[in-house]
Design a protein around this ligand. Structure first.
Ligand code: NDP
Length: 295
C-alpha cells in the first residue's frame, strides 16, 4: 500500500483563491481593503525569502501589503515605535514581525506590543490564552494549516487519537489546542517524553514539529495513520548543495501511513495562505463585520 500524498500546494492554492474571492466581496460590499504589514529586522536570507513571498501572495489576494525593513542594529525603542504606529494605522489590519529577531532585541516585548486584534501570527498572550481557553482567537498560521491539511483527509477529527511532537509556542502548543477544539484526543510529546515510538504507534494523526531530520521512522507509525510533517531541515548533499527534508522519514512513511505530507510541498505551503486568512478575519473583526466564510 502506498500512502496518499497530501498536496499542500493544491490545498493552499485553493485556500488563497477563496480568500481572494472574500477579499473582493468585502471590498465591493463594504469598501474594506484588508491590509497586512510585515516588519523585517536585519537581512537574514531565509527571512527575506519568507517576507517576499508574503508580500507577493498578499497582493495577489487583493489585499494591501506594507513592508517595513529595519536595520539589524535598530534599537528596541525604535522597533516598538514602528509597531505602535502600525497599531494606530487604520489601513493595517494585520501586523507580523518576522522572527527570529536579531540578538539584542527582546522578542517577547515586541510581540506583547502588537495590538491583539491585529496579531495575525497569533503569538500575543491574549490570543494564545483565548485559544487555550477555547475562545475565538487569532491562531498561529502553521498549526491552522496543519488542521486544514488533516481535514482534507478526515473531515471530522472527533475522537481520533492525535500526537503532537514538539511543544513550541509557534507550532506544538497551539496545534494541541486546535486539535482539542476539533474534539481529538491529544498527546503532546517533547524531548523528555519516554518511549516516543510507542506513543506514536497509538496515534491516528501524527504531527511532527521537532526540527530533527527524519526522526520519526516508518515503523513507529500505526498502519493507515495520517502524518503531517511540519519540520523543515536543510541537509547537505554530496554536490555541496542542500536539500530539504522533514522530521519524518518520508519514503518509509509512504509504505505504512494512510496519508502523508511531503517536504517541501506540504505544511510550508499552508502557512502563508493561513496568514492571508487571518488578515482577512482580523480586518472583518475590526470593521465589525461577520467572520468571513473562509477556513
Ligand atoms: P522549536 O525548536 O521551538 O521546538 C522543537 C520542539 O521539539 C521542542 O518542543 C522540543 O522539546 C522538541 N524536541 C526536540 N528534540 C526532540 C526529540 N528528540 N524528541 C521529541 N521531541 C523533541 O521548533 P519549532 O516548533 O519552531 O519548529 C519545529 C520544526 O518545524 C522546525 O523544523 C521548523 O523549521 C519547522 N517549522 C515549519 C514551519 C512551516 O511553515 N512549515 C513553520 C514553523 C516551524 P523540548 O520542548 O523538550 O525542548
Amino acid at each position: 500500500m502506498t500512502a496518499r500524498i497530501i498536496d499542500g500546494k493544491v490545498i493552499a492554492a485553493d485556500l488563497r483563491a477563496r480568500v481572494a474571492d472574500e477579499v473582493a466581496r468585502v471590498k465591493r460590499e463594504h469598501n474594506l481593503v484588508p491590509g497586512l504589514a510585515v516588519v523585517l529586522v536585519g537581512s537574514d536570507p531565509a527571512s527575506e525569502v519568507y517576507v517576499r513571498s508574503k508580500h507577493t501572495q498578499t497582493q495577489a489576494a487583493g489585499m494591501a501589503s506594507f513592508e517595513h525593513k529595519l536595520p539589524a542594529d535598530v534599537s528596541q525603542a525604535d522597533l516598538l515605535a514602528v509597531v505602535a504606529k502600525l497599531n494606530r494605522d487604520p489601513a493595517v489590519h494585520g501586523i507580523l514581525v518576522q522572527l527570529p529577531l536579531p540578538k539584542g532585541l527582546n522578542t517577547e516585548a515586541v510581540i506583547n506590543a502588537i495590538d491583539p486584534a491585529k496579531d495575525v501570527d497569533g503569538l500575543h498572550p491574549n490570543n494564545a490564552g483565548r485559544l487555550a481557553g477555547g475562545f475565538e482567537a487569532l491562531s498561529p498560521c502553521t498549526p491552522l494549516g496543519c488542521i486544514i491539511l488533516t481535514k482534507s483527509v478526515h473531515p471530522s477529527l472527533e475522537g481520533m487519537n492525535a500526537i503532537v511532537i514538539g511543544r513550541s509556542n509557534l507550532v506544538g502548543r497551539p496545534l494541541v489546542q486546535l486539535l482539542l477544539n476539533e474534539n481529538a484526543t491529544v498527546t503532546i510529546a517533547h524531548s523528555r517524553s519516554r518511549d516516543l515510538p510507542g506513543l506514536v504507534k497509538q496515534a491516528d494523526l501524527v504531527y511532527a514539529a521537532v526540527g530533527r531530520p527524519e526522526m520519526v521512522r516508518g515503523d513507529w507509525l500505526k498502519p493507515g495513520a495520517t502524518v503531517i510533517d511540519v519540520g523543515i531541515n536543510r541537509i547537505p548533499k554530496d554536490d555541496g548543495k542542500t536539500r530539504l527534508v522533514g522530521d519524518v522519514a518520508y519514503q518509509e512513511a509512504l509504505g505504512i501511513a494512510g496519508a502523508v505530507t511531503p517536504v517541501p510541498g506540504g505544511v510550508g505551503q499552508m502557512t502563508v495562505a493561513c496568514l492571508l486568512v487571518n488578515t482577512l478575519r482580523a480586518a472583518c473583526a475590526i470593521a465589525g463585520l461577520p467572520k468571513p466564510a473562509v477556513s
